[in-house]
Design a protein around this ligand. Sequence first.
Ligand SMILES: [Zn+2]
Length: 268
Amino acid sequence: MFEFLRRLRRPAPSIDDELWRITVAALPWANDLDAPRQQRLRELSARFLREKTITPVQGLQLDEVQHCMLAAMCCLPLLEFGAEGLHGWSQMLVYPDEFRVKLVDFDENDVQHEWHEEISGESHDNGVLIVSWADVAAECAAPHRGDMVVVHEMAHKLDFLDGVVDGTPPLPREWQLEWARDFQAAYEDFGDEVDALLDAEDEDPDRSANDDEDPGYLHGIRITAADAPEEFFAVVSECHFSNPDALLARMPRVAAHLTRFYGPSPFA
Ligand SMILES: [Zn+2]
């Protein structure tokens, strides 16, 4: 009788052992998690694969392992937060490479400007999450560089869960106040440093002010973090997972909040 009832219950979604083994081997971040967190990632990923649709576009083909890799990367930022972090959207689109989008902005005179840009990921409020497979693959090959497009877009999803995109995900009240204060301070400091860097390069275009680094980065953190508070949160989230030392060195308070929110970095 009990056995009969047990069979009536819907089984928890699962990923079979061999598929999970290959997926973890392909993902440096999953590989470096301890066993309990790897197990949690597996359960979240199974749920992701049951609830979400992953659609490759423009002729891209993705096999079962690649689907599972994308699910695991989306769930990596949810190890502490839990499956509620998957709420509010259902569709992931995967382009073979960077894709072109139209961007619109207004200048100081309220004149509208439109331009096109190639980007590696995009997340629509309450809607589709889009990433470039070429970027995902490049990040798996160089996992310490500070870039993780899937984590970036998932940070935007977490940020939007409370209905406001402002760089603060849903948190208990007291923590939220501390988070807002520490993130705002770090965002402003980083913005000042980026402004100084760009001014120096304007004055002397031949000599980059940060010769030691790839263009587009400052202290190992992508300078687009200075664009807006929500971009800052998404970019430092990437660093938490893929370049935690740089983040800890430059922004210890932000690093501490992210460690509490996401759990310890796999590479810490
Ligand atoms: Zn972004």
